[in-house]
Design a protein around this ligand. Structure first.
Ligand code: F6P
Length: 362
């Protein structure tokens, strides 16, 4: 009979600040606390397609101190390799899930910890069910759109970067009498835009959850001018639609499109309508880097420890979550089907309106 468990861990989907802090917490709890072995799988599920499987044994020596402070993931990750529809070199996709299941079996794991957003967790759930392997999920994404948790690892650090950008844009906006448009990431959710916009003193915030029109924006800029404000800060979430209701996207390679560029559309629309001199900053992937802020390190640590404890208790098919000031767990089935978007009637939207921030609708 085995004396200790052997657990696998992988990071999946887009990286973010705080992933290494999760890995560190898991290794501490599992190795020190329970005497288990932790196998770190490389490049998300892609590492499970290689033979031998691309992985390493994670021990405390790997996490000597500096990794807690570093963004990215030492394990590597992927957001393009859905094993159920794996992209083929010549175009099209192929189901490679059986190879992943074999890879998991080769590792002889007792459980898997998957760190991912809702898309990755959904895929991992299907895979581990097929492999008959217990799964505990840990939510991470700068977009903060995972359901059933107030926050995911990486969100706070991304908001910090976007808020810093507004701090940097404000003096140059004021010096040149300009309207500065900042486009931020977030996929289909406006959480980064709303949080950073409030924290960074934006005058106008556009999020995909609230359709916008040019009239209220022009009125807001006019109001500011009447009050001798010579500049304006505008935050636009990447998934905001054009006035014609179209998303602004660009091709990544030949088969995939990503959001990007609505900031330029909004900047030009504002210039045409108000005569203001506008400049546009598309913040992009810098939001995924930088040292994780204390809140991400804290949540990452709490999630990592709890995930291991859940495995020790024999729990599976759950995701750790942060709710009501505490780490909790939620059934994974509840999490993966509906992304969590900004509530247009929620507290932060009310806060923005209370501050006189224009959200493009009134
Ligand atoms: O989901 C995280 C995220 O950074 C989104 O905010 C963004 O739309 C997307 O990933 C970018 O993906 P990629 O890294 O493939 O460019």
């Amino acid at each position: 009979m085995k004396s200790g468990k052997r657990i696998g861990i992988l990071t999946s989907g887009g990286d973010c600040a705080g992933l290494n802090a999760v890995l560190r917490a898991v290794v501490h709890r599992a190795v020190e606390g329970y005497g288990w072995m932790v196998i770190g799988i490389h490049k998300g599920t892609n590492g499970l397609l290689s033979r031998p499987v691309e992985c390493e044994t994670l021990d405390l020596a790997r996490f000597s101190g500096e990794l807690l402070r570093r963004a990215g993931t030492v394990l590597g990750t992927t957001n393009t390799g859905n094993p159920f529809a794996f992209p083929q070199a010549g175009g099209g996709t192929r189901d490679r899930s059986n190879e992943i299941v074999d890879g998991l079996r080769l590792l002889e794991l007792d459980a898997l910890i998957g760190i991912g957003g809702d898309g990755s967790l959904k895929i991992l759930r299907r895979l581990t069910r097929k492999a008959g392997l217990p799964l505990v999920g840990i939510p991470k994404t700068i977009d903060n759109d995972v359901a059933a948790t107030e926050v995911s690892v990486g969100f706070a650090s991304a908001v910090r970067v976007a808020t810093d950008a507004l701090d940097n844009l404000q003096p140059t906006a004021a010096s040149h009498d300009r309207v500065m448009v900042l486009e931020v990431m977030g996929r289909d959710a406006g959480h980064i835009a709303l949080a950073a916009g409030i924290a960074g003193g934006a005058d106008i915030i556009l999020i995909p959850e609230i359709p916008w029109r040019m009239d209220p924006i022009a009125r807001k800029i006019d109001d500011l001018r009447k009050r001798d404000r010579n500049f304006a800060l505008v935050v636009v979430a990447e998934a905001v639609l054009t006035e014609e209701g179209e998303p602004v996207m660009g091709w990544i390679g030949k088969s995939r499109k990503n959001y990007g560029g609505i900031g330029y559309y909004v900047g030009e629309a504002i210039a045409n309508r108000t005569g203001a001199e506008t400049r546009v900053t598309v913040l992009g992937h810098v939001q995924r880097g930088g040292a994780p802020v204390w809140r991400d390190r804290l949540i990452a640590s709490a999630f990592g420890v709890r995930a291991v404890d859940l495995i020790a208790q024999g729990r599976e098919d759950v995701m750790v979550a942060w709710n009501a000031r505490s780490v909790t767990e939620m059934p994974l089935g509840k999490v993966v089907n509906e992304p969590h978007r900004v509530d247009p009637h929620g507290a932060l939207v009310a806060t923005a309106r209370g501050l006189g921030i224009c959200l493009g609708d009134e």
